[in-house]
Ligand binder design. Structure first.
Ligand code: HPA
Ligand code: MG
Length: 225
């Protein structure tokens, strides 16, 4: 049986209760998204700082053996790239730098802002540990909503019999429909807003936005399919 999520405390809402987000006037963001977002919920620089601490925690726990990072596409690509960069940078300053390998899996479970279950499982993993079995696996996912996507993925990954499996989630959604599964490493706990940017999309738009923002009703209509 998998035991995950020991490290997170639900009261640890780093953004503060009822955080309203920053006024858009304070930020630079692409002109084509003017009117499509409500606020800047988490600025890019804050995300980068948080990733540095998550990377430090990961190194403390898993820094002894080769780390197999499994990036969940598409939303996880920025978080994964920045997290691996930070792990590498911090690991270089130790006397035993960590070997990090990276693998990708692509899932799709949202249409508009609704959870549909996994309807795109594009590439099943076949060579996760080749040529060495029994590695530590770190699943890197941008957002853990219901936890259902993550549970399906975990069932798939355990079949490879890794040494350990840990999950890093940049965002975890709170609330009655929020996460049933808690990642081991959490960036931010957020309310049940639909957020975009930093590779998170709404129907494939907004991945080209650096900050994590709350989408506006106008934005939802504009890019609805
Ligand atoms: N934004 C983008 N993708 C998502 C979200 C969200 O808030 N929740 C689950 N997938
Ligand atoms: Mg998406």
């Amino acid at each position: 049986e998998l035991i995950i999520g020991k490290n997170i405390c639900w009261w640890q809402n780093l953004l503060g209760e009822g955080w309203p987000g920053y006024n858009l006037e304070l930020f630079n963001y692409p002109e084509h998204y003017h009117g499509d977002i409500e606020n800047v919920y988490i600025p890019h620089g804050v995300i980068m700082d948080r990733i540095e601490s998550i990377a430090r925690d990961i190194l403390e726990d898993l820094g002894q053996h080769t780390l197999m990072v499994l990036c969940v596409l598409k939303g996880g690509y920025k978080f994964c790239a920045d997290l691996v960069d930070s792990i590498k940078a911090q690991s270089r300053s130790t006397n035993c730098p960590l070997t990090v390998r990276v693998e990708f899996i692509r899932l799709k479970s949202y249409l508009n802002s609704c959870f549909k279950g996994i309807y795109g499982f594009y590439n099943k993993l076949i060579s996760l540990f080749f040529p060495h079995a029994k590695q530590n696996v770190l699943i890197v996912e941008a957002i853990v909503g219901t936890g259902k996507t993550m549970m399906s993925l975990l069932k798939h990954v355990v079949t490879f019999q890794p040494k350990t499996i840990k999950v890093a989630g940049l965002l975890v959604k709170q609330g009655p429909n929020g996460a049933a599964m808690l990642p081991d490493y959490v960036g931010f706990v957020i309310p049940n807003h639909f957020v975009v940017g930093y590779a998170l999309d709404y129907n494939e738009y907004f991945r080209d936005l650096d900050h994590i923002c709350v989408i506006s009703e106008k934005g939802k209509l504009k890019y609805k399919v």
